[in-house]
Design a protein. Structure first.
Length: 454
């Protein structure tokens, strides 16, 4: 059996034995032709498996949503719909790796945008043809910007936009008013100063609400602080993590806790739902790195009617050095990708068509708060509180489109994970950070070296 070159490279990249793939993949189900535009799908007696991330903020609502979507899919196609879930970026990568090696697993994956380049590098996911796009409503169903990280170019796309919630910052309007602050700062240093001022004005509160133990977002702070200072973390085929700019980014991020003391001491053990909970109880002035997903919680909390959104700071100190990017955050969200090994690609396209339809996207937004990727669904939302999110989306920046990015992302996360014991004791030592950055550099460069060239 011949192995696709890019898939072979990915197996090397992920450290998986080539022999294991060759043995398992030869026994994988044969692929079937994809559905054509307008074709009805008879899925009686068949099952479609979908992998999605766990919604830790709304677990009960997610179960109910899955049940309702399964019922609708069954009514439309006659097929059963089952769900698998993952709870962290590391688990997400492991699932991709094991499924690619085995040549079997979920038919449809819901992947974070930053993991789409890794999925593409495997060669194990469908490149969408014109007929495939027609079967899911056409490319014009989605905002063109939403396709920005669906593939390396517009002729080679695997990712179908599912959600596109721009990363923004929530703030407590009452706490800011009490502190005499008219609007959130547009620089991180300015935000730090506002956080201190708010705490001084309202004793018993904290400035920033951050989940240092979260499985997804800590690296995004470091990425933002670095890119806003001129280091994109990847320069061509070279990793640039073991660099003073990146070290300073980590020191700033950890410094909010250890040096500036504008973060609740308990935050070293918080995930994002706990950071959201603290903000929702009026205990913090700012909640960075959030999305519209927080709205259902906030609207049912003590800060209902007392919060607003703003674009996150786009500079560190108010300046944009040469080579820097005034990014409001990563091009965030989720893509749906279809496994090339799937024997039910027609059902996979039918599911994507359903999940990205205007009606289902609006239901998803109502349930979880995430903004839809569907253009018509987005137009149907009239909440004025969403205006800052449109601005944030226009200032978001994509992470590098390289098959090594997931490993780089996890290396960045590992620096935070390994630093938590010291952080919770008061602060991370410079020498400790140096060692962790050197290790992250080595792992990232090793991964980049294994990405196929050309």
């Amino acid at each position: 059996m011949m192995i696709h070159p890019s898939r072979k490279a990915f197996l090397t990249l992920s450290g998986t034995a080539l022999a294991a793939f060759a043995t398992a993949a030869c026994g994988a189900p044969a692929t079937t032709p994809t559905a054509s535009a307008g074709a009805s799908v008879d899925g009686k007696g068949k099952t479609l498996s979908v992998l999605l991330s766990v919604n830790a903020t709304y677990p009960d609502q997610q179960k109910q949503w899955m049940a309702a979507l399964s019922a609708t899919f069954k009514a439309q196609t006659g097929a059963d719909l089952t769900f698998e879930t993952f709870a962290s970026g590391a688990e997400e990568l492991t699932k991709i790796q094991t499924s690619v090696v085995a040549g079997r697993g979920p038919d449809v994956y819901g992947l974070g945008t930053t993991f789409t380049p890794t999925a593409y590098a495997t060669g194990a996911f469908m490149k969408l043809t014109d007929a495939d796009w027609a079967a899911i409503g056409g490319k014009n169903r989605f905002n063109p910007a939403a396709l920005g990280i669906s593939g390396p170019d517009d002729k080679n796309l695997i990712g179908i936009p599912y959600t596109r919630p721009p990363l923004v910052m929530a703030y407590n309007t009452e706490l800011l008013k009490s502190a005499g602050i008219d609007a959130p700062a547009t620089s991180w240093n300015g935000l730090r100063d506002q956080a201190k001022k708010s705490m001084a004005t309202t004793p018993g509160t904290f400035g920033l609400s951050i989940g240092y133990k979260d499985g997804y977002d800590p690296w995004k702070y470091v990425w933002g602080l670095a890119i806003q200072t001129g280091n994109t973390l990847v320069n061509g085929s070279k990793a640039t993590i073991n660099d003073p700019v990146v070290k300073k980014a980590y020191e700033t991020y950890f410094g909010w806790y250890g040096t500036d003391k504008i973060v609740d001491p308990a935050a070293a053990g918080w995930t994002n739902p706990q950071a959201l909970a603290a903000f929702s109880q009026g205990k913090t002035a700012f909640l960075p790195m959030t999305t519209s997903r927080s709205m259902p919680t906030l609207d049912a909390s003590p800060v209902a009617g007392k919060y607003a959104f703003a674009v996150m700071p786009t500079t560190v100190d108010g300046t944009t050095p040469s080579g820097a990017v005034a990014a409001s955050g990563i091009l965030a969200g989720d893509n749906l990708v279809i496994a090339d090994y799937s024997s039910v690609k027609d059902l996979a396209l039918a599911f994507v068509n359903l999940a990205t339809s205007k009606e289902e996207q609006l239901t998803y937004t109502k349930t979880f708060g995430d903004l839809p990727a569907n253009v018509e669904a987005l137009k149907a939302l009239a909440d004025p509180r969403l205006a800052p999110m449109a601005q944030a989306a226009s200032q978001a920046h994509a992470t590098p489109f390289t098959g090594a990015w997931s490993d780089i992302q996890l290396a960045l996360m590992n620096v935070v994970v390994q630093s938590l014991p010291e952080l919770s004791s008061g602060g991370v030592r410079s020498s400790s950070l140096d060692k962790l950055l050197a290790d992250a550099q080595q792992k990232s460069q090793s991964s980049l070296d294994r990405v196929p060239k050309g």
